[in-house]
Design a protein around this ligand. Structure first.
Ligand SMILES: [Zn+2]
Length: 170
């Protein structure tokens, strides 16, 4: 199952001998309205902690994980300790609500790119179209989005995801 494959690949990513990886994924019963989230604080081992709703099916978990990884890899939760991505918890000269909108847009754009490359249809297209109008588009970091999407694809290559699509109705 490719949800498990992506989850494993993410948790092994950046792992060195005697050291933990960069991201910890927890599956938890989060209730109906919440697909997942990423903590603002890292765990004791310095890992970013992502929660995924265990009540959801595998394709939904996959899409949720990719969105939350978008937040992590775009620097929304702070910098990578070896400088793979910068700290973008605060975006300068921008109202807080606009910063939040930009970050949600970037994370969803990462999810959209990853899903599209994998041949998976999601609701991202409608979401992004609805969100883009009020945004200060120039503040969206397109490079960060593409790098994040590329990194996710390097962890779980598209060919595998295409096979995944054949097994599951999205
Ligand atoms: Zn988000």
């Amino acid at each position: 199952m490719d949800w498990d494959r992506l989850k494993r690949a993410v948790e092994l990513d950046g792992k060195r001998r005697n050291a933990k990886g960069m991201v910890r994924i927890m599956e938890a019963a989060l209730g109906y309205g919440r697909a997942g989230d990423v903590h603002h604080r890292r765990d004791a081992a310095g890992r970013f902690v992502i929660r995924i709703n265990s009540n959801h099916d595998a394709p939904t978990k996959w899409a949720t994980l990719v969105h939350e990884l978008g937040h992590v890899y775009c620097g929304h939760c702070g910098r990578h300790e070896r400088g793979w991505w910068p700290d973008r918890r605060k975006l300068p000269r921008m109202h807080q609500s606009m910063q939040d909108d930009i970050r949600e847009f970037e994370a969803e754009a990462v999810a959209w790119i990853a899903a599209s490359r994998a041949g998976i249809e999601t609701k991202s297209t409608e979401y992004l179209a609805a969100k883009v109008a009020p945004l200060d588009n120039e503040r969206v970091d397109v490079d960060a989005v593409l790098q994040a999407a590329n990194h996710i694809e390097s962890l779980a290559p598209t060919a595998a995801l295409r096979a995944f699509r054949a097994d599951d109705q999205f």
